[in-house]
Write a protein that binds this ligand. Structure first.
Ligand code: SAH
Ligand code: SF4
Ligand code: F3S
Length: 494
């Protein structure tokens, strides 16, 4: 009988990619993926520590698993990722039935550790060094970038893939756990990245999203010269079959002109920049140690829009950070009004043990005030998103069709082959579009006429000649996409 593995993923794109890689490695050991916890021989939880809520989510999942483990003590239960690196042995204090705890820099060890647990029934802990535990080189070496053979069946769709170009973070924003959970910032060698992109395109991938915590800080030092993000993108741009290149997340201070020129000049680069501002108040930004002022951010934003006409920009905000007064919050309201972001991800500040903010500043904004500020900021953003979406009605957009829409999936209908259903995809400016069409459009880029909009979605229709064109082009070259992987994604983040 084949062995079965279940995985639950919370957190950011890094974790989605890590889960893909871990499952790819376990498949090689003869495991099959299951979405039924009770069928699993191995249950993995890939975790996030960025806010308390994300950790609570994992603990409540682990709580549900306790009974399964009681009924079937041979199941191997593993906690992976950021919370594993951060809390280490503490996880087994709260959930003693966990068999293995594996940090972000040790994920390549998962198959070996599973076997070890099975052979010895001893709990296994594999984590990287803490940032203060040793010299930088040693700490860096203990966070191994894990980017082996890719597994197309584990991706959100078979024609879209994340590619890690950078691990870790060195910015040390005072509120953030990521520099300790992901370790020192390290840029992967360009040749490895280009090789991986080619491999992905050979597997049928059409869109790659280059990921890093501050992706635009990417720089690989060859000694005599450097490769920057703009060079990296230029070096993969002409790979035949690759249609779209995206990159997230950007750090405002590192938004250089060479990168913006590349975004404008290279047609495959998506005209969308996610550049979190976090707050509109200079004192708050200073306490966050973001290293810029609101004025600097707005100038950077103007430069993005001047250099890349039509670019869509989105942001993150933290509301209720330590010492945020009504006046400082009003500055975030002003900034979001003025900045006209395509969308914003807004988070209530969550104090994280071990961060500079937790050591230095009291978490002094009451929960109800955080909630109110979250809602107020969201209301302004939603109005801007509504106007941004409405301005596109009457136009035509190029959409990479990702699959059935949420509504279509929720309906549970199984349409006959070729029947029209509701599909969804994204434009070259990362806008979500919903329209009716047959399954065979999935994985293709089609023109959609935008007929209506809401604050979050464009609604459209595919012109008939486009459908005919697709019909003709419906050759045997492109195999139909495999069914969606039975994988649980739970992504509270951007
Ligand atoms: N590296 C990326 C994203 C980091 S985490 C960046 O710097 O932009 C994603 C978002 O979570 C952050 O942008 C921030 O808005 C939010 N975040 C991080 N730590 C947080 C905390 N302690 N409480 C609330 N939100 C937080
Ligand atoms: Fe966290 Fe700041 Fe690094 Fe982003 S840039 S991961 S917010 S420390
Ligand atoms: Fe969370 Fe780790 Fe990503 S803390 S946001 S999963 S880098």
């Amino acid at each position: 009988m084949t062995k079965k593995v279940f995985i639950e993923t919370v957190g950011c794109q890094m974790n989605v990619l890590d889960s893909e890689l871990v499952i790819g490695a376990l498949r090689k050991q003869g495991y099959d993926l299951t979405d039924t916890p009770a069928d699993a021989d191995v249950m993995l939880f890939n975790t996030c520590s960025v806010r308390e809520h994300a950790e609570e989510k994992t603990y409540s999942s682990l709580g549900r698993v306790r009974l399964l483990k009681k009924d079937n003590p041979s199941i191997v239960i593993g906690v992976l990722g950021c919370m594993a690196q951060k809390d280490q042995e503490l996880i087994r204090k709260r959930a003693p039935y966990v068999d293995m705890v594996v940090g972000t820099g040790q994920l390549a060890e998962v198959p070996k550790l599973v076997e070890k647990v099975k052979a010895t029934r001893e709990p296994q802990l594999a984590v990287s060094l803490g940032r203060a535990d040793a010299g930088r080189d040693e700490v860096e070496a203990s966070f191994v970038s894990y980017d082996p053979t890719r597994d197309p069946t584990m991706r959100p769709t078979p024609f879209q893939a994340f590619v890690r170009i950078q691990i870790g973070c060195d910015k040390f924003c005072t509120y953030c756990v990521v520099p300790s959970t992901r370790g020192p910032e390290q840029s992967r060698p360009p040749a490895h990245i280009w090789g991986e992109v080619k491999q992905l395109v050979d597997q049928g991938c059409k869109e790659v999203t280059l990921i890093g915590q501050t992706v635009n800080s990417y720089v690989y030092d060859h000694g005599e010269r450097q490769t920057r993000l703009s060079d990296l993108i230029a070096g993969m741009h002409d790979v035949a079959g690759l249609e779209r290149i995206k990159f997230v997340t950007n750090y405002p201070k590192d938004m250089t002109d060479d990168l913006l020129d590349a975004v404008r000049e290279l047609p495959k680069v998506v005209k969308y920049l996610h550049v979190p501002v976090q707050s509109g108040c200079d004192e708050v930004l200073k306490r966050m140690k973001r290293n810029y002022t609101a004025g600097y951010y707005m100038d950077m934003l103007a430069r993005c829009r001047e250099k890349v006409p039509g670019v869509a920009v989105s942001s993150d905000f933290i509301v209720g950070f330590c010492g945020e007064t009504d006046e400082s919050f009003a500055k975030s309201m002003d900034l979001v009004r003025e900045a006209k972001f395509k969308n914003s991800f807004i988070f209530k500040y969550s104090e994280r043990a071990g961060t500079k903010a937790a050591d230095r500043y009291p978490d002094d904004v009451p929960e109800d005030v955080k909630k109110r500020r979250n809602n107020d900021l969201l209301a302004v953003q939603n109005e801007n998103s509504r106007l941004d979406h409405r301005a596109q009605v009457g136009g035509t957009v190029e959409v990479l069709v990702e699959g059935p829409s949420k509504r279509d999936l929720a309906s549970g209908d199984r349409p006959a082959p070729g029947a029209v259903r509701q599909l969804t995809g994204r434009t070259m400016t990362d806008h979500i579009v919903v329209f009716d069409g047959p399954d065979r459009l999935i994985g293709r880029t089609v023109c959609v006429a935008v007929t209506d909009s809401s604050p979050f979605t464009l609604f459209g229709s595919v012109p008939t000649d486009e459908l005919v064109g697709v019909d003709l082009a419906n050759t045997d070259r492109d195999p139909p996409p495999p069914p969606a992987a039975p994988h649980r994604f739970s992504l509270p983040l951007a």
